[in-house]
Ligand binder design. Sequence first.
Ligand code: F1P
Length: 337
Amino acid sequence: GRIHQGQVLEQIFGSNASELFDQVKMVQIVACGTSYNAGVVARYWIEKLAGIPCMVEVASEFRYRATVCMPGTLFITISQSGETADTLSALREAKEQDYLGFLSICNVPGSSLVRESDLSLMTNAGPEIGVASTKAFTSQLVALMLTALILARRNGYAEEEQMVANLQQLSALCEQVLALDPAIQKMAEHFVDKHHTLFLGRGTIYPVAVEGALKLKEISYIHAEAYPAGELKHGPLALVDEDMPIVAVAPNNSLLEKLLANLEEVRARGGKLFLFADSKAQVKPGDDLELITLPDVPTVMAPIIYSIPLQLLAYYVAVLKGTDVDQPRNLAKSVTV
Ligand code: F1P
């Protein structure tokens, strides 16, 4: 429906939402782990759709920086649990400064974060059973997309109808991606005996690659790092050999030029590329390239859709390795100390 009417905004976010959104000139996002990765995607959306500068910081570092609060800055926290100690301390610290307002994007009604924020947008993803955030992440992305759209509209954004139509397609697209499950399960076999993996993405897909790498680390204990695709040649390429699979996430041809060049480098070093792309990627799978083709999606929606196969990949690698997918070693669902 129409997301711009003041009353609707106040029903969803809380009182004063409409007035507050009108005054936003800058956004500061703070979160931890998976929620931080969602924040990095949101930075691209807020800057591109709303034309508003946006900063993102891990909550555990926020308090160690002498952050300068510019007038008109909306402070956004993102947290599945709403109880993460670092995120709560960052919020409390920020409240000492002159921020315009405090919005939490959270999955648990009545949590500390929600109680201590002026406005809240609930993700309503239901309880997360596993420690590693999955549906919470994709729901956070949807909530952040809505927030970016509201900010965009206030700045005269003209494509709201199109964006609403995009969001309406979302569940059908997710179904199509979930149907790729058997192919992803098969791909997972290549990772079981590996100790390191590189993930590559560009633009909004870079933080999605980071999140894919985090999921693999968290539940399968395979060391995984993500780089913006253009950074490969600035160092990590030195690591590539037959024991270092590379996962490239490339909707809409976003990486193709770079990938084709990189592929040569990777091939020369005996490495193998695992590509998640769509019908626009004109590459032929072979011994050194495995391809999973996703449905074509509007570019702006790609972060939400492409997160799903990466979560499935981590899941199947973990299942094949026999690690505990729901309760990984050393991790707690919410880090409250
Ligand atoms: C943040 C987080 C999760 C991660 C793990 C530890 O939690 O880093 O993303 O999966 O559970 O905590 P939250 O603030 O989003 O609840």
